[in-house]
Design a binder for this molecule. Structure first.
Ligand code: G6P
Length: 369
């Protein structure tokens, strides 16, 4: 009913709009305004536990896997512990190199995805400590992991995951900060800077959401596209994968995410006159590289919608449309960048008359193999 949807037409848009609250709830009590620590209820991993780790695995499916790719970048950057990310259905069958010096982080909204659950059990059987990032309280994964950090996103009903993803990112930032402070791999200044910026994210997501009509307009111009390509580098590539998945799962438009620098090794052959490309250029260090990649696809006829941090107006010279996200730290940008991509997928699917909340062939939680 409409009441259940809080007056919105679909659960998906309701859940997109709930992200500022979900982020605030996920942060509550965990990131003190002062001091040099994170308070992670449910995680009892000590400095000594961390010092013996030689690897972290992040294992998940679907959108949670995409959050894991962001997690890899962030944890490696802040702790210098090598992190490997794997798809749960691959991990469980490939005899992964996991032992008592490995920490296995599993990410799951439902806490019931069978591949993720079995992958976690497999890691545990090999002696790994297991840490869950889970939304559903008391779910199988939440009960079986050694340590569990909840995303306080509230119930997510739409099959396409939105607020679970953004809160999974928040948990990954918190875990990275917690480990880095314990290991001494971060200075107080850097910690305080990241902490303060994390606390501003909910408000910045709100700001992105107030401009949703712009995105609706782009969706109404491109909803008939046959293929849409998402390009990015670094963390923007991780977000591109999630944006592309959102689009294909609910609008049924063929879509690919590509590491922008890899395009020239094959996929650029598919760019022709009028091909729609969404180019993510939010990473300051990679901005100029992305501008070159945008020129490459433009010169083959692509129509480009770019996403950049506010102030980087140079991008307008090479793009057909530009969406700006509020300025933030590069590592935190995914939380903001994904929001216009969620909205674009949503409005595109609505325009095409798709069953947005219950896309064909998909289930909210895959509990059988
Ligand atoms: C299903 C859903 C996806 C979700 C994936 C993992 O395929 O349709 O939206 O990302 O499962 O679910 P989990 O509950 O483990 O996060």
């Amino acid at each position: 009913s409409s009441a259940e949807k809080g007056g919105y037409e679909h659960f998906m848009i309701k859940e997109i709009m709930e992200q500022p609250k979900a982020i605030r709830d996920t942060l509550t009590g965990r990131l003190p305004d002062s001091g040099f620590e994170v308070n992670l209820d449910g995680i009892n991993i000590t400095k000594e536990d961390l010092q013996k780790l030689n690897k972290i695995f992040i294992v998940a499916c679907g959108t949670a896997y995409h959050a894991g790719i962001v997690g890899k970048h962030v944890i490696e950057k802040l702790t210098r512990i090598p992190v490997e990310v794997d798809i749960a259905s691959e991990f469980r069958y490939r005899d992964p190199i996991v032992d008592e010096n490995t920490l296995t982080i599993v990410i799951s909204q439902s806490g019931e995805t069978i591949d993720t659950l079995v992958a976690m059990r497999e890691a545990k059987a090999r002696g790994s400590r297991t840490l869950g990032i889970v939304n559903v309280v008391g779910s199988s994964i939440a009960r079986e992991v050694d340590d569990c950090l909840y995303t306080w996103a509230g119930p997510e009903i739409a099959v396409a995951s939105t607020k679970a993803y953004t809160t999974q990112l928040i948990c990954l930032y918190l875990i990275a900060l917690d480990f880095a402070t314990k290991l001494g791999t971060i200075s107080y200044e850097e910690f305080a800077n990241i902490r303060d910026e994390i606390k501003r994210l909910a408000e910045k997501v709100e700001y992105v959401l107030t401009h949703k009509e712009n995105i609706q307009k782009y969706a109404s111009e491109h909803f008939n596209a046959k293929d849409i390509f998402y390009l990015g580098r670094g963390l923007d590539f991780a977000v591109a994968m999630e944006g592309s998945l959102k689009l294909k799962e609910i609008s049924y438009i063929h879509s690919e995410a590509y590491a922008a620098g890899e395009l020239k090794h094959g996929t650029i052959a598919l760019i022709e006159d009028g091909t729609f490309v969404i180019a993510l250029a939010t990473q300051e260090k990679l901005f100029e590289k992305m501008v070159s990649n945008i020129k490459e696809v433009k010169s083959r006829g692509a129509v480009v919608l770019s996403v950049a941090q506010e102030g980087n107006t140079d991008i307008e010279n090479v793009s057909d449309h530009v969406l700006y996200i509020p300025r933030t730290l590069d590592i935190l940008a995914p939380v903001l960048t994904v929001v216009p991509l969620q909205l674009f997928a949503y409005y595109t699917a609505v325009q095409r008359g798709c069953d947005v909340d219950k896309p064909r062939n998909l289930a909210k939680s895959v509990t059988v193999e």
